[in-house]
Design a protein around this ligand. Structure first.
Ligand SMILES: [Zn+2]
Ligand SMILES: [Zn+2]
Length: 50
């Protein structure tokens, strides 16, 4: 878990595009510094470079 990460809370769904847990259609957690973003849920998985 890095310093730029965020967490929206308890997931209530899953993105059909990337499989990330989602809260109301948005990625439940991720990293602000991620270079990649899922177009569907805006998931930003940390690439460990931060
Ligand atoms: Zn997604
Ligand atoms: Zn990160």
């Amino acid at each position: 878990m890095c310093s730029e990460s965020y967490d929206l809370g308890e997931p209530n769904g899953e993105c059909p595009e990337c499989g990330e847990p989602t809260v109301d259609g948005k990625a439940a957690s991720g990293c602000e510094c991620s270079p990649e973003t899922c177009p569907t849920c805006h998931a930003t998985p940390c690439d460990e470079s931060c």
